[in-house]
Design a binder for this molecule. Structure first.
Ligand SMILES: *Cc1c(COP(=O)(O)O)cnc(C)c1O
Length: 397
């Protein structure tokens, strides 16, 4: 037998973390890494936050799982908090981002079917988007590398250039249900949609009776200095997927919707065995306790600005390596002149610094939101050292 017990779908590196201490990870062989990857924008509170650990421990001792056949005081409480904090009137809890996007897609289809418009099942989505790895969510993305071997895809997605309002408008047809977009593309390379684009999609949706769906799985939950990134744009979606940071490391997600948009999601239309389990609700509540706070959000913005201005200053020293810095809050991207993956590996293997590569030659800088200035200093030291001795690495172009 040559297949590994872990299905070999990931190109895993040889860092093997076994312990976390605040913003650092310690590997099996004792190496210590500064974690500016956060499990890909998940560990908002770092790795050993007493509030999060305590909430999970207490809930684990009290009640870990019950079926959604029963009433859920834990789910009602967290759903009410999300409703109070966002555009939404109702929440479906999931265990992952892809499931949250799945629920958003189903909610949009059911919205039109409810009015007898079963033919309005098509979502306009955007190139280089990432929405997850289920059949529906890979179908929602134009990225061929995720499709290979998995055809036939789910029908009902039309891909348009990101940030191209005219393209989105031209794609509207008799079967269109709405738009699905990441306000800030994560995997695509920390690419922000322009305000004109997001506002324009909202206006098009209103004009044509379509729904606006935001995938905030990566950019949501305080990452950009607002609880949700849509707040930067001054428009609200009808449906939104959230996950990653919302559990602070505990697997959970949610699909949020207005009452109007959720009109098709009646009894028996959707479900999940684990979705909204008490343990996840405790984790989500503990994360919100910390991040849904004006002072905390202002800190994220301030730290993001400090980090960004240092990055901008720094890249001036390496015009051959780096092109620009982009993003919002603590969702930053360092766009390189070459493929970013080898540089991310160099920082990791030779300087004990974890970042994440993304599309469009980008290094994602997505630290825990609880970093302080000492972490920013350590990050800049490691990054500078990494850029200074990167010449020894072969640079793929
Ligand atoms: C990570 C991600 C997903 C998928 O989340 P999973 O928890 O891996 O299923 C969906 N959308 C966006 C924008 C993401 O970044």
């Amino acid at each position: 037998m040559s297949i590994t017990p872990l299905m070999p779908v990931y190109p895993r590196c040889d860092v093997r973390p076994v312990r976390g201490e605040n913003c650092h990870l310690i590997s099996e062989d004792g190496r210590r890494f500064l974690d500016f990857a956060s499990g890909i924008a998940v560990n908002l509170l770092g790795h050993s936050h007493p509030g999060l650990i305590g909430a999970i421990q207490r809930q684990a001792e009290t009640l870990m799982h019950v079926s959604n056949l029963y009433g859920s005081p834990q789910g009602e409480k967290l759903a009410q908090r999300l409703v109070d904090l966002t555009f939404a009137d109702t929440v479906f809890f999931t265990n992952s981002g892809a499931e949250a996007v799945e629920c958003a897609i189903k909610t949009a289809r059911a919205f039109h079917a409810h009015a007898g418009d079963d033919h309005k099942y098509e979502l306009i989505t955007f190139k280089n988007a990432f929405h997850g790895r289920t059949m529906a969510t890979i179908s929602a993305s134009n990225q061929d590398k995720m499709h290979k071997g998995f055809h036939p895809l789910l029908q009902g997605f039309q891909y348009v250039d990101f940030d191209d309002l005219e393209g989105a408008k031209a794609a509207i047809g008799p079967n269109t249900a709405g738009f699905l977009v990441e306000p800030i593309q994560g995997e695509g390379g920390i690419r922000e949609a322009s305000p004109e684009f997001i506002k324009g999609l909202r206006a098009l949706a209103d004009e044509h009776g379509l729904l606006l769906l935001f995938d905030e799985v990566q950019c949501g939950v305080a990452r950009t200095g607002k609880l949700y990134a849509y707040e930067h744009y001054g428009v609200a979606p009808d449906i939104m997927a959230t996950a990653k940071g919302i559990g602070g490391g505990f697997p959970m997600g949610a699909c949020l919707a207005t009452e109007h948009a959720a009109r098709g999601m009646g009894l028996g239309t959707h479900g999940s065995t684990y979705g909204g389990n008490p343990l996840a609700m405790a984790a989500g509540g503990a994360v919100l306790d910390v991040v849904a706070d004006e002072a905390f959000l202002a800190e994220v913005t301030a730290k993001g600005e400090r980090l960004r201005s240092r990055l901008e200053q720094f890249i001036g020293n390496y015009p051959d390596l780096f092109e620009l810095v982009r993003g919002k809050g603590l969702m930053l991207g360092l766009k390189m002149k070459h493929e970013s993956r080898p540089f991310v590996a160099h920082l990791r293997d030779n300087h004990g610094l974890l970042t994440v590569a993304a599309g469009d030659n980008t290094v994602r800088v997505i630290p825990p939101l609880v970093i302080d200035d000492t972490h920013i200093d350590e990050f800049m030291e490691k990054l500078s050292a990494g850029a200074a001795d990167y010449g020894i690495e072969p640079v793929a172009s």
